[in-house]
Design a protein around this ligand. Structure first.
Ligand code: NAD
Ligand code: UDP
Length: 326
């Protein structure tokens, strides 16, 4: 039986999407990358354009589109707080209308659809680690709500299309993921710290740096996405995907300084509103259902990311919004 599939990756030029497209092409599938290049640039996938199995569609997922596909990875959405807060209404539209448009394709073509949800559905959690059963502590009217509530609503839509229309769904809750391919002006903590360290600027710690995150290397995450999509046991999720190793933001800054050999110093800046104080995934369910766990340590993943940032020409990148590191 043929294992070749026509696979749509929305947000396919972004950090996770570009790695996923490369992986799916290596597995010999026909890949359609759809992106509006809000937080990415064509150069992120330029190397794929010559591949006859790769097709690029510049399209905004908030507008309907009809395609013939077998699988959909719905990744389109800005993931960095500074960019998803730039136009919060647009962020909500991207998550909600975008999910509906993709679900309509999945319904019509009988495609399986995987939704990139997020640890942000747990808000500022009062339990640690976070399990899938935890209902979360999201502020519905705060500055992060456009992302958190948009993603929560997208999960709702997937499960309602599943119950009402029998759509074949997969929901993954991704925890902080990083790696080569991060936009240099992305604004998330790993790209900020590395760029700052390499250009002898102070590393900007928001608050006192005692808040925690757990960082997953992008290749590990992509393995999990494919395992989830290919799971034939009818496992819909939601399932947490992330690396359970937890670090404070200050520890991360010190690690970046050590690994880059930078003489930059750490400066404290105001903590953004509703910034979660702790985040660490419980991945027991992913281990059990997918036989997956991350294998790349923070040191190893940071090493590869620093190497990639050392090679890029910042002049070739345009900040996605005016909200970028100074
Ligand atoms: P990213 O910002 O690098 O990539 C997102 C991509 O989506 C970009 O290429 C962007 O241009 C595109 N996009 C945004 N709005 C769009 C629209 N309206 N129409 C079409 N394309 C649009 O982010 P990422 O880190 O690769 O994240 C990918 C997905 O995974 C997102 O849905 C994000 O919410 C989710 N996620 C990521 C993380 C993480 O830590 N990286 C954590 C949790 C969830
Ligand atoms: N952060 C920081 N300095 C920066 C960028 C982010 O201290 O230059 C902090 C931020 O306040 C948060 C953590 O790092 O506590 C992770 O932020 P990021 O924007 O990467 O993603 P989040 O997990 O908050 O969505």
């Amino acid at each position: 039986m043929s294992t070749y599939k026509r696979i749509l990756v929305t947000g396919g030029a972004g950090l996770i999407g570009s790695h996923l497209c490369r992986r799916l092409l290596a597995d010999d599938h026909d890949v359609i990358c759809m992106d509006n290049f809000f937080t990415s640039q064509k150069r992120d996938i330029a190397a794929l354009l010559d591949n006859p199995n790769f097709e690029l569609i510049r399209h905004d997922i908030t507008e309907p589109i009809w395609l013939e596909v077998d699988e959909i990875y719905n990744l389109a959405c800005p993931a960095s707080p500074v960019h998803y807060q730039f136009n919060p209404v647009k962020t909500l539209q991207t998550s909600i209308l975008g999910a509906m448009h993709m679900l309509d394709i999945a319904d019509r073509t009988k495609a399986r659809i995987l939704q990139a949800s997020t640890s942000e559905v747990y808000g500022d959690p009062d339990i640690s680690p976070q399990t899938e059963a935890y209902r979360g502590r999201v502020n519905p009217i705060g500055p992060r709500a456009c992302y958190d509530e948009g993603k929560r609503c997208a999960e709702t839509l997937l499960f309602d299309y599943h119950r009402m229309r029998g759509v074949d769904i997969r929901v993954v809750r991704i925890f902080n993921t990083y790696g080569p391919g991060l936009h240099p002006y992305d604004g998330r903590v790993i790209s900020n710290f590395i760029i700052q360290a390499l250009s002898s600027q102070n590393l900007t710690i928001y608050g006192d740096g005692s808040q925690t995150r757990s960082f997953c290397y992008v290749d590990d995450l992509v393995d999990a996405l494919v395992l989830m999509m290919e799971n034939e046991a009818g496992f819909t999720g939601p399932v947490n995907l992330g690396n359970p190793e937890e670090f404070t933001i200050r520890q991360l800054a010190e690690r970046v300084l050590e690994m880059t050999g930078s003489e930059s110093t750490l400066v404290e800046m105001p903590l953004p509103a509703d910034d979660p104080t702790q985040r660490r995934p419980d991945i027991a369910l992913a281990r059990e259902k997918l036989g997956w766990e991350p294998t790349t340590s923070l040191r190893e993943g940071l090493g590869r990311t620093i190497e990639a940032f050392n090679l890029i020409d910042l002049a070739r990148y345009r900040p996605p919004t005016p909200n970028r590191i100074k």
